[in-house]
Design a protein around this ligand. Structure first.
Ligand SMILES: *[C@@H]1O[C@H](CO)[C@@H](O)[C@H](O)[C@H]1NC(C)=O
Ligand SMILES: *[C@@H]1O[C@H](CO)[C@@H](O)[C@H](O)[C@H]1NC(C)=O
Ligand SMILES: *[C@@H]1O[C@H](CO)[C@@H](O)[C@H](O)[C@H]1NC(C)=O
Ligand SMILES: *[C@@H]1O[C@H](CO)[C@@H](O)[C@H](O)[C@H]1NC(C)=O
Ligand SMILES: *[C@@H]1O[C@H](CO)[C@@H](O)[C@H](O)[C@H]1NC(C)=O
Length: 345
């Protein structure tokens, strides 16, 4: 019975293969489109017409992509795999798709992306990874996919994202970040700086809403003040030390937005931003006031002591003169009243 069905199936597949369109799909030669959506596929259908440029596979149950799944369709420009059951993507999954421009992977179960999954896609413009369970994107993610203009990672499990990753996508125009458990500590400081400059350059984004720590839950990352990132290590330790010693002159030449971050203590192992760091300049001012106050106080005390000593000396001298010199004069000419100066001579 089973064998009978298999035979029928293979015959049907063979017929469709000859016709150049898989069973259950609809192929349109003029628009170079294969419509295979809502068909219950669990794998990429074989025997697709090699000339197609648009492949619609949304709303199926495709759970894996082989290295050679797309070898037969090298001219694909738009690949829609949204609403399927993909949980991981092999490194070479899309490698054959040199002309791919739009890749839609929204509504899958992807939790991990390999370093090179999206490499070698030089014409990729739109990449939709929204509504998955991605916890991390590799740093080399954008390597050789520099033409991406739209990236959506909405509704995933991202807590942070490397700044280098975004910097490797220089043509990005739209980036969607919402609905991720963003961790607004030092991990996202680079992302904050990148996002500010991206928006300044006219980029479009739906923003980053913090999820943790508790006190910043629901807050817009762009509105979290720089001072709270004062404790974050920005560069290598010696630069930080130099920046502290030289009032961070070097840091002023780095991105504009960073200049508040130069205040505070670097090289802390604790990655949590300090709750209320006090800027170095303010602390210096306070120290100066305190030291000046102490010095003034000491000088005043010394002057007071000198004055007291002087007065006491004068009083004692006067008393001495009165008690010891006056009687001598009384013996001489008691009526004569000699001037005080004369008595000293
Ligand atoms: C996703 O695909 C399933 C079939 O696999 C379908 O029943 C469901 O309606 C689709 N969901 C959306 C939002 O299109
Ligand atoms: C991915 O790249 C990172 C560095 O960018 C490297 O440390 C890691 O080992 C790579 N992972 C794999 C599986 O190649
Ligand atoms: C971007 O696309 C152009 C053609 O449209 C291509 O020549 C170029 O190599 C691509 N850039 C990158 C970084 O892949
Ligand atoms: C991906 O597909 C979904 C529907 O399944 C659509 O809403 C979304 O706009 C598509 N993304 C892109 C980048 O075209
Ligand atoms: C990008 O690719 C080039 C060559 O393939 C490599 O030298 C470079 O290290 C890669 N960059 C990252 C960040 O992986």
């Amino acid at each position: 019975m089973k064998g009978h069905w298999l035979l029928v199936l293979s015959v049907v597949l063979l017929i469709y293969a000859v016709h150049g369109c898989p069973h259950k799909c609809l192929c349109y030669t003029t628009s170079k489109t294969a419509d295979c959506k809502n068909r219950g596929f669990t794998e990429i259908p074989a025997h697709l017409p090699p000339e197609i440029q648009i492949l619609q596979l949304q709303n199926n149950r495709i759970w894996r992509i082989n290295q050679n799944s797309f070898t037969g369709t090298p001219l694909l420009k738009i690949l829609d795999l949204s609403n399927n059951s993909l949980s991981s993507l092999a490194p070479g999954a899309f490698q054959k798709l040199r002309y791919l421009q739009v890749l839609n992977l929204t509504r899958n179960l992807i939790h991990y992306i390999e370093n090179k999954t999206f490499s070698f896609l030089p014409h990729l413009k739109e990449l939709d990874l929204s509504s998955n369970s991605i916890i991390r994107l590799p740093e080399s993610f954008g390597n050789s996919t520099g033409n991406i203009t739209l990236l959506s990672v909405k509704h995933n499990k991202l807590q942070k994202m490397e700044r280098v990753l975004l910097e490797s996508l220089p043509n990005l125009k739209v980036v969607l970040f919402k609905d991720n458990p963003w961790q607004c500590n030092c991990n996202v400081f680079g992302l904050k700086l990148w996002l500010e400059s991206f928006l300044y350059r006219g980029g479009i984004s739906d923003g980053i809403i913090c999820s943790t720590p508790g006190i910043r839950k629901g807050k817009d990352l762009l509105k979290v003040p720089y001072e709270l990132f004062g404790a974050c290590p920005l560069r290598t330790a010696h630069v930080h030390l130099a920046s502290i010693h030289h009032h961070s002159f070097e840091h002023r030449s780095s991105p504009k937005h960073a200049h508040h971050s130069e205040h505070g203590e670097y090289g802390r192992s604790n990655c949590e931003p300090k709750p209320k760091p006090r800027p170095v300049s303010l602390r210096h001012a306070i120290a100066t006031v305190v030291i000046t106050g102490v010095i003034c106080g000491i000088v005043c005390l010394m002057m007071l002591a000198a004055a007291v000593y002087g007065c006491a000396y004068a009083a004692i001298t006067a008393k001495y003169h009165r008690e010891h010199l006056a009687p001598v004069k009384q013996h001489g000419t008691p009526e004569e009243k000699e001037p005080f100066d004369g008595s000293l001579a």
